[in-house]
Each structure stands twice: as C-alpha cells, then as structure tokens.
Design a protein. Structure first.
Length: 357
C-alpha cells in the first residue's frame, strides 16, 4: 500500500509518501516547510500559522508526490493529522486532505499527532518496534507510555504543567536566545559547568513508590521559575553574560535527570529493555546520551535507546503517513465528517490501572 501523509498541526507544513505493509515500510519522500516568521514573536501565532498553511499546502503536497515519483493513481489513501494541535492550522490540512480524497475516490484517515511520533523512529530504525517504553518530549507534550504493541498504549505519566520543549523555549527567552530555544540552550549548555548552578530535580525523590500519583509524572514550571530567579540575580550582579552557559547547563541537567529517572522507572516496572524517544526534544544529544548511559547501567548492555533523526523528530508528515498505513491495514478509515480537535486522547490509550483517560 502507498499512503500520502499531511501534517499541519502547528508551524510546519509537511507532506510525505510511504509504502509497504506491516513493519516493512519505506519512506519514499518527505517535504517539510517551516514557518520562520514566528521567530519574530518568540512563539507561534495561530492566525499567522493557519494562513501560512493555506499558502503552502498545495505546493508542499505536490513536491512530496514528485519527489516520490508517485502518480495519483498509485496512492491508496491519504492520512492527515486531525488532533491535537492548533485548530485553525489542523483544519487547513484536514480540509485539504478530505477534498483530495473525495476528488480521487480514495480513503482519508485522521491520525493522532502523538501516535505519529510513536511510529516516527521506526521509519529510521526498524528495531524501534514494540514492545517498548516510549518517552514523547516536544514543545506541547511530555508523556511516558508503555507500548506492548502498535495500537495499544498505556499512559504512565505526563507533565502537570509545562512540556519539556516549552520549558526549553521559556528558559531560552530568559537567557536572550532565539526561538525555538531547544537547540540554542543545548549549544550554550555545552560551555557550562555542571556544579555552578544546580537546580532541584522536580517531582523526583527517593521516597516515591509505584502507585504514587507523582511516580511517573513530571513538572517543569518550578524549574523554570528557579531559573528565572537565578537569571534575575545574575542580572542584578552584572554577571549574566558569564553565568548564562552555567545556567543553561544547570537547567538542562535538571530536566534530563528527571526525564531519565522517570523513564527508567517505567522500563523497569514493565520489564522493557527497549526505549523509544519521540518529539522535537528527542533531538537533544545530552538527553539521548544520558538515557543510553543510565539504561545500560541499570537494565544491562543489551538494553537499547532509539532516537529519531532530526527531520523525523520534528513535526512531519512521514510519521503521519506511517501511522495512517497502520490504521489502514486494520481496515480503518474516516468519513468526510472528519474534524480537527485541539485536544484528543491517542486511540487505544488507557491510563495506568486500565481506565480510559
């Protein structure tokens, strides 16, 4: 089967073509057009994002088809992100996908953005397949899941406030770094000393036990506030320029230590030796290196950590097409009443203990 994917949940307009069946899937093309205009505002402006998607979506889809050498007659279905995300931005992709599907007489499938991130790494690395512990870390989401099989997801923990990527962006702004801030904070932290600014590891203490409400959850708003106070103190002392790398390092170390410890708790509790990262923060080399080191020390040398390439870590249509192919092979498809949603649970998701979130 051959599936065209479309992604427009935030500020990337993307289209891709994948083909194959089961876990034998090939990425034929991927086009991602990022909206640099939001850099001016230090964050995504929803109305501007929607209008930019309207301008870009047709040429982006056309380019993805041309790159794959795909004629319309060879496309079996169209998969499109319909949740979660900015509703106006999502509606551009959903409306365009439904119109194309109707015109071509092929199925359309609404795909959950976060399920796409779960599939993304497997497009690069076939070994990133269930069963595994999943850590999804992006600008809008931080989630820890157990994945016994594709389509079966148990939510173990999530952020109670800021997502990891959001925390990176806010700290970057405090330090005068450009948006999006993740890669800039990471680069600055490389010059920092770990012991100069040690921040508390939020929601992480040795007294926590399985079954506690905070055992897998994370929270980064307090960490962000601690960095804010440290930045103000450095500004008052006139040392911020010199302190900035150490502040970046202290913040990044605290966030990574927390994510690593929580992920190891999940892998150990469910007997997983495979950990899969997804989302934009998965590109952070310090995170993947720390997780790999701790996983092998705790779970053994055969334990593995799988991270997506940068183009598959960001919001992209390849992961949407891949998740859509999985759903299509299960006999699923959406109707022309498919709508966009700012928030929606991942299909197949159950909360820890078996309840539906």
């Amino acid at each position: 089967m051959r599936v065209l994917g479309i992604e427009s949940s935030c500020d990337e307009t993307s289209a891709a073509v994948v083909s194959g069946s089961g876990d034998n899937v090939r990425l034929e093309s991927l086009t991602i057009l990022s909206q640099d205009v939001h850099t001016i505002f230090g964050g995504v402006v929803p109305e501007i994002a929607s209008r930019a998607h309207l301008t870009a979506i047709a040429p982006v889809v056309r380019h993805a088809l041309e790159q794959a050498g795909a004629e319309w007659g060879t496309i079996d279905a169209i998969a499109v992100t319909h949740a979660p995300g900015l509703v106006g931005a999502l509606l551009v992709g959903v409306s365009y996908a439904k119109a194309l599907a109707a015109a071509r007489g092929i199925p359309v499938l609404g795909v959950h953005h976060l399920e796409g991130h779960l599939f993304a790494t497997a497009l690069d690395d076939p070994l990133a397949a269930p069963p595994f512990t999943a850590l999804l870390v992006s600008g809008g989401h931080t989630m820890l899941l157990d994945v016994p099989a594709w389509g079966e997801y148990q939510l173990l923990g999530s952020t109670r406030d800021d997502a990891a990527g959001e925390a990176f962006d806010k700290v970057a702004k405090l330090l005068g770094l450009p948006y999006p801030g993740g890669r800039h904070v990471e680069a600055l932290a490389l010059r920092g000393e770990a012991k100069r600014h040690r921040f508390a590891r939020p929601m992480l203490n040795g007294g926590q036990r399985p079954g506690d409400a905070d055992y897998y959850d994370v929270s980064f708003s307090g960490l962000k506030t601690a960095v804010l106070h440290a930045v103000r103190a450095a500004e008052a002392a006139g040392t911020l320029a010199d302190d900035a790398p150490h502040l970046a390092r202290g913040f990044q170390d605290a966030l990574i230590d927390t994510l690593t410890a929580k992920t190891l708790r999940a892998a150990t509790a469910f007997g997983r030796t495979r950990i899969v990262l997804g989302g934009g923060v998965a590109c952070n080399r310090a995170l993947s290196d720390a997780l790999t080191e701790k996983v092998r020390a705790t779970l053994g040398v055969k334990a593995t950590v799988h991270t997506p390439s940068p183009r598959l870590a960001t919001d992209n249509a390849a992961m949407i097409a891949r998740a859509g192919l999985f759903r299509l092979e299960r006999g699923e498809q959406s109707g022309y009443d498919l709508n966009a949603y700012a928030s929606l649970p991942i299909p197949g998701l159950i909360a820890l203990g078996g309840a539906t979130p």
